[in-house]
Design a protein around this ligand. Sequence first.
Ligand code: GTP
Ligand code: MG
Length: 452
Amino acid sequence: DTHDPTSLRTPIVAVLGHVDHGKTSLLDKIRGSAVIEGEAGAITQHIGATAVPLDVVSSIAGELVDPDDFDLPGLLFIDTPGHHSFTTLRSRGGALADIAILVVDVNDGFQPQTLEALDILRRSETPFIVAANKIDTVPGWNENENSPINDTYESQSDRVTSRLDEKLYEIIGNLSDEGFSADLYWRVQNFQRNVGVVPVSAMTGEGVPDLLAVMMGLSQRYMKEEMEIDVAGPGVGTVLEVKEEKGFGKTIDIVLYDGTIRADDTIVVGGQNDPIVTEVRALLQPRPLAEIRTESRFEKVDEVSAAAGIKVAAPELGDAMAGAPVRVVRDRDLDDVIDEVEAELADIAVDTEEQGVVVKADTLGSLEAMADALEDAEVPIVRAEVGDVAPRDVSVASTAEDPKQQVILGFNVDVLSDADRRAGVDDVTIFTDEVIYQLIEEYEEYVEEIER
Ligand code: GTP
Ligand code: MG
C-alpha cells in the first residue's frame, strides 16, 4: 500500500528437528491440505521456504482460527534439512526466525539434533513450540484425516490415549531436563514462559489445525510490534546458502526479513574477505510444481518484499558466505551500507588467541555457535573460518606448540583430499561432525587420551 509505508510482515517460522523426525512432511502436509481446501494457488513456494497466507491458515485450521482475530498476513515456514546446520538462520542481533517449531518423533524422542536445536533456540531466545509428530504410529490409532487434536482424541480408545500421553509426558520431561518448563499446549497460558507441546501427525494431518492456530496466536500475541517494517524500503536479509546454478553461476539463496529487493538493485553481501558490492542480475523463484518440467526450474521476478525466500543471481558471489548479511543499497550511500555489513560481520567475528585449535564451519552462524561452545569448554581458538578444511588450515594447526592444539575441528564441512594427506604428514588430527556437542566431546576424549 503506497499510502502507508509501514506494514506488518509475515513472521518467519523455522522448522527444526532431528533427521527424519518429519519436518518436510509437516510442510508437505500443510501444502497438501491447502490443495484439499482449494487454496493451493494461495500458497507460494519460495527458495527454502513456504508462505502460507492467513486465509489459508484459517481454512486449514477451521474454527480454531478466525481470520478477524489477526492482522498478521500469515506465516513463512523455513524448512531446515537435518544434515544442514540451521545455525545459518541468524540475522542482525540474533535469530532470523521469529518463532520456531521443534519437531520431535514421539517414538524416537529426543535425539542429538533435537538437543542441538534446543541449545540454539535457548541461546538465540527464540520462542518455540514442540510438534510431537507421528502420533498415528501409536498401535491401535484410529485415523481422523486433518482433524483437530481434541476431536481425534475423542475417537481413540483409552489404551491408545494413555499410550500417547505416556510418550508426550516423556517429551515434556525431556524438555524440563533441558531447563524448559513445558506442557500440552491446551494447558499453557503464557507461551513466553512455557513451551507448548502439540501432538500432530504429518501423515494424517491430525493436529495440524492446532499447530497452525498456536503458531498464529503466538506470533500475533507476542511479535506484532517486531513485524512492523517499511516494506518499500531497501531490503535486508541473510544468506542461507551459496549455490552454483546452471546458467547463472554462483547464486545466493537469501531470506529477506526487511524491505524489498528488486531485479535492478545494487547489493552488499558479506564475503570471505571484504564485503561484496554487486548488481543483481536476476531474482529467481521456484516455479509452481505444475510447471516444473518447463525449460527452467526458476521464474524471474522483478521484486520481492519481506518476509520472503529468494534466489539472487549476481556476479562476484564466489566469496559470499552462508549466514552473512545482505543489504540493498538503492538510494542510500554505498559506503554507509558497506559499513553496516562490516559491522554485522564484526559482530559475528570469533575472538582468536595466539595459540589454540583451528575451527572450520559451514556457515557464519555455525562458526559462532562452535566458538560459543568451545568457549564454554575452555578451548582456545587460533583460527576460525567458514569453509572446508584446506591445506592451509593444516599448516596453521601444525605450528601449535601443544600437541592438544595440533587439531582441526570441522563442523558440517568436508576435508579436501590434499588437506587430509597433509595432515597425515604433519601429524595434525582432524575431527569432523554434524553435531556441535558431539564434535566437542570427541575432541575432549582425545585430549584425555593424550593426557593419560
Ligand atoms: P530430514 O530433512 O532428512 O532431516 O528429515 P525430515 O525431518 O524432513 O523428515 P521427513 O519429513 O523427510 O520424514 C521422514 C520419514 O518419516 C518419511 O518416511 C516420512 O514419511 C515419515 N513421517 C513423517 N511424518 C510422519 C508421521 O506423522 N507419521 C508417520 N507414520 N510417518 C511420518
Ligand atoms: Mg526434510
